[in-house]
Design a protein around this ligand. Structure first.
Ligand code: HEC
Length: 155
């Protein structure tokens, strides 16, 4: 093989391993990833909720910054619910996720759309808008948790 061909092959190998690394090596890695993303998303949503509830003073920029993190995180967990990730470490994912994938997907999409609306509301800087959008988003989280998340972690 000439040098150019070798370079092309090497680049191909690099891309392939990049693709594999972007997925998950083990079910445990996927579970850890989705739980981490959900935790971060919930934390930043909670910071805005604290303002809406008057537990901390309202600050429009802080609310918008947190909403931007929520909308970014809202896109991430779903790839980590692949086949075979129902066990591997303690998880609250219910088996129904893999039995009713269309229903789960609908709830993902609903939540992502509501997160976009929440982000748009936060950018208006209007507390009433933010409150309404947060309520809608919170219901989207809950409706999936009610159907697809167990109370207790598996072991
Ligand atoms: C389409 C379904 C779905 C939606 C929508 C959803 N979640 Fe989850 N969430 C899950 C599942 C399933 C788990 C359990 C994951 C596991 O234990 O492997 C979970 C777990 C969590 C956890 C616990 C993470 C941990 O460390 O165990 C938090 C916090 C959380 N979600 C917050 C949220 C928030 C906030 C929203 C809305 C902005 C949301 N979720 C929307 C399905 C969903």
């Amino acid at each position: 093989m000439n040098r150019l061909a070798l370079t092309v092959v090497a680049a191909g190998v690099a891309l392939t391993s990049l693709g594999a690394a972007a997925q998950f090596q083990k079910p445990e890695d996927a579970i850890k990833y989705r739980q981490s993303v959900m935790t971060v998303m919930g934390n930043h949503l909670g910071r805005v909720a604290a303002m809406v509830q008057g537990r901390v003073p309202f600050d429009a920029k802080t609310a918008a910054d947190n909403a931007a993190i929520v909308v970014m995180m809202s896109k991430l967990p779903w790839v980590a619910f692949g086949d075979g990730t129902d066990k591997g470490m303690p998880t609250r994912a219910r088996p129904e996720i893999w039995k009713e994938p269309a229903k789960f997907k609908d709830l993902e999409n609903k939540m992502m759309a509501d997160a976009e609306k929440f982000d748009a509301a936060a950018k208006t800087g209007n507390l009433d808008n933010i409150k309404a959008a947060l309520g809608t988003l919170g219901r989207a989280c809950k409706s999936c948790h009610d159907d697809f998340r167990n109370e207790k972690y598996s072991n």
